[in-house]
Design a protein around this ligand. Structure first.
Ligand SMILES: *Cc1c(COP(=O)(O)O)cnc(C)c1O
Length: 366
């Protein structure tokens, strides 16, 4: 199967191989070594000197950890929402009692630094900003560098869902001044689901000191004290650590400039091919179209479920739309392990699938 969902993503063979390694004592020397190597590798790819902690959870667990460790019930925060994942992050803060002020942006569009500045000026009491870097549900990447400048200039804590961007798209944590940054193993990291990674700046740790939301499994103060000893507080997903260790070696060898260029080219390649089929992209402005996932409008009168079913029968798994977009868009993941042939096959099969369900594509080749 050519798995073109924006997480989980395909796993290269050398990573698959290490997943079946024997279990080891997670309080022993062998695990400590892997833990140290993985942590240092992640710091390089996050481009940060900050602590990077490893949690056994999917990405959402990392988002919950970010919220409950840095905020308190009743605390006013700004949630910038451009799609389903932005809504999820703000919702987590609401569930744990934060006083969430929403900046809703029309789905398909990016938030702009000016609009975030205006929201902060309207809500001068907020202490933190919650934002998604790459909104996987709409295929839009926020201009995070400029937004971070606005947030930093106003001295607020910046909490970023970088689950589908870090390790794929440029997201230099220290250079951009990102306080709390979350990603997950099953996206561009080429690893199965199971581990969330989270970095915290000194400013974030100061917020941790004050934060009073309830937490147990995701207590990051505990996670940090165990990490100092090369351990995690609870039993970690050991096979995912093996896999991360192997994939980070590949990614570090490739280097960030090449990784970013590979994703930029993949995004361009898929968008061009989709447009050549006569389809329209969901993002309003292609300048903000994501280089890890392409969101495509389903042609009028054609059901997303039918397109996906016809593609799956030919070996290509496309993602549907999420939430209110479930009937109107579908998505093609292009992050992590993605040989050009696989991307080309995905679009060729998409063209055939569309024909089968009654749409006449403009051209069926790249
Ligand atoms: C995949 C993803 C998540 C996390 O989802 P999980 O299913 O919990 O791993 C969060 N945010 C974004 C932007 C994502 O793409």
């Amino acid at each position: 199967m050519n798995l073109r969902t924006p997480g989980p993503t395909p796993i290269p063979q050398d990573v698959l191989d290490v997943l079946s390694g024997p279990m080891i004592d997670h309080r022993g020397a062998a695990f400590r070594e892997i833990h140290g190597r993985v942590t240092r590798g992640l710091q390089r790819l996050f481009e940060t000197q900050n602590d990077v902690l490893l949690l056994t959870a999917s990405g959402t667990g990392g988002l919950e950890a970010a919220v409950v460790n840095t905020l308190s019930p009743g605390e006013p925060v700004l949630a910038v929402e451009i799609g389903a994942f932005g809504a999820r992050l703000g919702r987590i803060a609401e569930v744990f009692g934060a006083d969430v002020r929403w900046q809703h942006v029309e789905w398909g569009q990016a938030a702009t630094p000016d609009s975030v500045a205006a929201s902060l000026d309207d809500n001068p009491d907020v202490t933190a900003v919650l934002i998604t870097h790459n909104e996987t549900s709409t295929g839009v990447t926020n201009p995070l560098q400029g937004i971070a400048q606005v947030v930093k200039a106003r001295d607020r804590l910046l909490i970023v869902d970088a689950v589908s961007s870090l390790g794929s798209l440029p997201c230099p944590v220290d250079d951009w001044g990102l306080d709390v940054v979350v990603t997950g193993s099953q996206k561009g990291w080429m690893v199965p689901p199971g581990v969330a990674m989270i970095s915290l700046s000194p400013r974030a740790w100061a917020a941790v000191e004050r934060a009073s939301m309830p937490k147990f499994y995701f207590d990051l103060t505990q996670a940090r004290s165990y990490a100092d000893r090369g351990q995690t507080p609870w039993t970690p997903a050991i096979p995912i650590f093996y896999a991360l260790d192997a994939s980070l070696e590949t990614l570090l060898h490739e280097g960030l400039p090449a990784i970013h260029e590979r994703h930029r080219r993949a995004g361009e390649r898929v968008r061009a091919a989709v447009k050549a089929l006569g389809l329209s992209l969901f993002p309003t402005d292609e300048a903000f179209a994501s280089n890890t996932v392409t969101a495509v409008k389903a042609p009028d009168g054609i059901a997303v479920a039918d397109i996906r079913k016809a593609a799956a029968e030919q070996g290509v798994v496309l993602a549907g739309g999420q939430a209110r977009l479930s009937d109107s868009i579908f998505r093609i993941g292009h992050l992590g392990y993605m040989p050009d042939e696989d991307l080309d096959e995905a679009v060729t099969v998409l063209g055939r699938a569309l024909q089968e369900v009654g749409f006449a594509p403009a051209a069926a080749s790249l």
